[in-house]
Structures are given as C-alpha cells and as structure tokens.
Design a protein around this ligand. Structure first.
Ligand SMILES: [Zn+2]
Length: 284
C-alpha cells in the first residue's frame, strides 16, 4: 500500500499504526503520545440493477445485480504529513483487502474525523466489514464535521466543498463526474490517478475544516482524558497553555474560571471550582 506525503508527494511504505502527537501545540507535552485522531474518507461504487423506469422506481433486492462496495479510501493521522491511500484497483470487484486495511486504522484510532462519516462512511464500512466477516473495531469517539456544521453554523452549504470554499480553505478537486467512477471500475489507470488525488484532497480538506471549526464543537470528545497523564490540558486539542478570560463559567451547581486555549482557541472552564464550596477538581 502506498503512503503519500502530502507536501512532497513522495510515497513510502505503508504503516498501519503511526503514533501521533495530537497537536502542534504539544511541544510542551514532554514527549507524551497524544490521542490518535484519524481523518478519513471513502469512495464507493454505485449499485448495478435491473429497473423499469428512471424516476420514482423502487428497486427490490432481487433486481440488484451488484451491491455497493468500497472503491478506495484515503486517511491521515492528524498532524502527520503522510496521507494513506488504498484502493481496489488491483483487486477488481473484491474490496475485502481494501476494507481490512482501513479497519486496522479505525481499530487503532482514538477519534475518527470524517464529513458525514458517522452515517455514510462508517455505515458503509460496517456493512462491508460484516459482509467480509470482520469483527467490530475497537471503540473510538467521533467528530463528524457535517454534524458540527449543521449544529453550530448556518453555512450557505454544508457540503465539504461548500464549507471549505466559505472559509477560504480550498475546494474539492474537479473531475469528470460519474464517468470517473465507471473508468475506475474498468481499470483505467489515468482515472485511478485522478480518483486517488480526489480522495486524498478530500481528506486534506476535511482536516483543514476540522482544525478550523473544532473550537466551536461543544460535543468534541475530551482529548485530555486520552493522555492519561493527569495534566491540565485543553479538552479539544490537548494543549497546556491557557489565557484567563476574566469571566466565570457556571454549571447548575458550581462556578469556574473561564479560559481560552492558546492553541486551538476553545473556550472552556478551568478544572477547579471557584465557588466557596469548592474542594476538589471537576472537569466537563
Ligand atoms: Zn486547545
């Protein structure tokens, strides 16, 4: 499997498990390994079926000739320049090996990041893994950038391309549309090169979107717990530098100092209660 450096374009040997420090901010982490955050995206084949009409057609399972399968995937560990890509180019219609390689990465990840990933990518992957008698991967937490976009903002478009363009982060790569999928399925090498670039670009774009909006994600998994070192860390990026906001944050029963992470800009409350009953640390 190829592993491509996003900046240099060089390919090196695939490694299914790359330890990663969670954030550029963690120069002060004392060499601790941070959470393994995997950004990924899959491309799938269309179904092939016999059907009578083009519009408003209900297609029963008996009419389906070929089910959807994984065509390829791209993934990268956050803050690691290497982008991983695997495809069924040499496997024809058999996506078992391709699904298995992504399973290894998901099995290693603490947090998964994808756009519409919980519903589409992971739903499709679970179905394919099950079809190949693969056991479930180890548990992981999720950041679905589509969920954050829908829940926290009103973008003109919640598609990855729309959000990236709106935020000035770039855009999805253009391609010839459905024909690209058909050409890949018939083994066209040029089409596969385009598909690989398209798939990888989507992952890089989603990573940029994730880094941009994570400070606004009120449901972001608490990464500070994943260090297991008891240090006072940002709950979103794991950074250890904070700026006091000179304001209080309240829960139903307690009062805390509000603060901002210097690295990712997330606003959170301090670990210690500041009301008079405070006697021990509490964290969201
Ligand atoms: Zn942070």
């Amino acid at each position: 499997m190829k592993l491509k450096n996003a900046k240099s374009g060089k390919t090196v040997e695939f490694m299914p498990h790359i330890p990663t420090r969670t954030d550029r901010a963690l120069a002060d982490s004392g060499g601790m390994l941070g959470p393994r955050i995997l950004v990924f995206d899959i491309e799938t084949t269309p179904m092939l079926s016999w059907h009578w009409r083009c519009f408003k057609e209900n297609i029963s399972p008996v009419q389906i000739v070929k089910f959807t399968r994984v065509l390829c995937w791209a993934a990268k560990w956050l803050d690691n320049d290497c982008v991983m890509f695997d495809s069924t180019q040499r496997d024809g219609e058999d996506d078992k090996r391709c699904c298995k390689t992504l399973w290894k990465l998901c099995n290693d990840a603490d947090i998964l990041v994808a756009h519409n990933g919980r519903a589409f990518d992971m739903g499709t992957l679970r179905a394919r893994w099950l079809a190949h008698y693969q056991e479930p991967p180890a548990p992981s937490r999720w950041v679905d950038t589509l969920r954050v976009a829908r829940g926290r903002f009103k973008f003109p478009s919640n598609r990855l391309d729309g959000i990236a363009r709106y935020l000035g982060l770039g855009s999805k790569l253009g391609h010839e549309g459905f024909q690209l999928w058909l050409d890949c399925m018939t083994g066209d090498k040029a089409a596969w090169r385009t598909m690989e670039e398209y798939n990888i670009n989507d992952v890089l774009l989603d990573e940029e979107v994730y880094l941009k909006i994570r400070a606004w994600d009120s449901q972001h998994p608490n990464v500070s717990l994943l260090y297991g070192d008891g240090q006072d860390r940002c709950v979103v990026c794991g950074g250890r530098n904070f700026k006091a906001l000179n304001q209080k944050a309240y829960t139903a029963a307690s009062e805390f100092d509000a603060r901002r992470c210097v690295t990712c800009k997330t606003v959170m409350r301090s670990r210690k209660r500041t009301d008079r009953r405070a006697s021990h640390a509490t964290i969201a």
